[in-house]
Design a protein around this ligand. Structure first.
Ligand SMILES: [Zn+2]
Length: 181
């Protein structure tokens, strides 16, 4: 904490969360759609995330991003200590959008830690609840940004060689549309 308070503006995640809590104090907790949209705008996330962008996006967010050999039942994990943040995503994730979705899922959990620090939790202290909020946020951040996103997701889903991968991608897209619309 000591290092952080000397340079409060360098913690971009904390700054974003502080602004977000302030901006939506009247109707807290704000919806994940709103959070997703503001997050995408604030950090200028590209309309269609590719796995390769994640390192760079992580740098902008001051989050260390790594692909790791995680246990089979774990898609991703996050770490937060005194403003040092890290996200690991399983290197087994190959289907279109899964890496990006998992990364943003973990980002949402990191945002929630900040909301709690500010005394404004957006989610009940319940692991399952946080999981579903994190999934909603991830889908909205990816799909609510622009129609371009929708188009390229659909396009890459239909171009996929693997039928299973294609179905998984399409399922994700439709879940995303339902959640975000
Ligand atoms: Zn999670």
């Amino acid at each position: 904490m000591d290092g952080q308070s000397e340079h409060p503006n360098t913690d971009v995640i904390r700054t974003f969360c502080a602004e977000f809590v302030r901006g939506h104090a009247q109707n807290w907790p704000a919806k994940n759609e709103v959070l997703g949209k503001e997050f995408v705008t604030h950090f200028a996330l590209p309309p269609f995330l590719h796995g390769a962008d994640l390192v760079e996006i992580g740098e902008n967010l001051k989050i260390r991003f790594v692909m790791e050999n995680l246990p089979d039942d774990l898609l991703g994990s996050n770490f937060n200590f005194s403003g040092q943040r890290r996200i690991a995503v399983s290197d087994r994730l190959e289907h279109v959008g899964m890496k990006e979705h998992t990364f943003l899922h973990e980002v949402r959990e990191l945002l929630e830690y900040e909301f709690r620090e500010f005394g404004s939790p957006a989610v009940k202290m319940d692991t399952n609840e946080l999981e579903s909020h994190a999934d909603q946020f991830a889908l909205c951040a990816i799909l609510c940004s622009t129609d371009e996103t929708w188009d390229s997701w659909t396009k890459s889903a239909f171009e996929m060689q693997s039928r299973l991968g294609m179905l998984a991608a399409i399922a994700l897209i439709f879940v995303g549309r339902v959640v975000c619309l």
